[in-house]
Write a protein that binds this ligand. Structure first.
Ligand code: HEC
Length: 169
């Protein structure tokens, strides 16, 4: 009986020990177990990976790189401005904080950025035309992710109209 137990233990121990040898320094097969050593873009690392060439987002082509600047389909529409305000609060304020005249501190996520995201002050907004604001959201900008999965094309124009309304005050 004891003999059997000993034989069973030996039979079990041999493969276990062989595997242990492989995982340790004795037979050193290199394999990477660090999650951060990979090709994906890291936190705060720019530039954002560009679109695959000729890929078309499922809500249609908003802008063809190298084509004419995208046109605002409904500039100044009050309903659009109201929607844009809501979309901004959900998708942008976490990083950029309040926009326009109220711009003073970045949002809670923005504080993790070094340097922090720019405040979308009235002055900055005046210096950017609608197409530029739209493209920042569509393509991403430096360390800012593109927002095409959060906001459809029309929703991005709503945000542009909202920001534009603040720049005009
Ligand atoms: C995850 C944080 C984050 C979110 C969310 C975010 N941004 Fe940004 N944004 C940034 C950072 C960081 C920069 C600066 C990029 C750089 O300089 O590398 C930036 C830059 C910009 C700029 C460029 C300013 C300039 O100088 O031209 C605009 C405009 C902008 N964001 C608008 C928006 C809008 C509108 C939204 C919401 C739809 C938004 N951002 C959402 C982080 C964010």
């Amino acid at each position: 009986m004891t003999k059997r137990i000993i034989i069973t233990l030996v039979v079990l121990a041999v493969p276990l020990l062989s595997v242990l040898l492989l995982t340790y320094e004795v037979i050193n097969i290199e394999f990477n177990s660090f999650m951060e050593d990979q090709i994906s873009v890291r936190n705060q690392e720019g530039p954002v990976i560009p679109f695959v060439e000729e890929a078309i987002p499922f809500d249609g082509v908003a802008y063809v790189p190298g084509g004419r600047p995208p046109q605002n389909p409904y500039p100044g529409d009050p309903a659009s401005i109201a929607r844009g305000k809501e979309y901004y609060a959900i998708n942008c304020a976490l990083c950029h904080g309040e926009p326009g005249a109220a711009a003073s501190t970045v949002g809670p996520v923005g504080t993790y950025f070094d340097p922090p995201p720019p405040l979308l002050t009235t002055e900055l907004l005046r210096q950017r035309d609608d197409a530029t604001l739209f493209l920042r959201m569509t393509e991403g900008f430096g360390r800012m992710p593109r927002m095409v999965e959060n906001l459809t094309e029309n929703e991005r124009w709503d945000v542009v109209n909202y920001l534009r309304s603040l720049a005009q005050q």
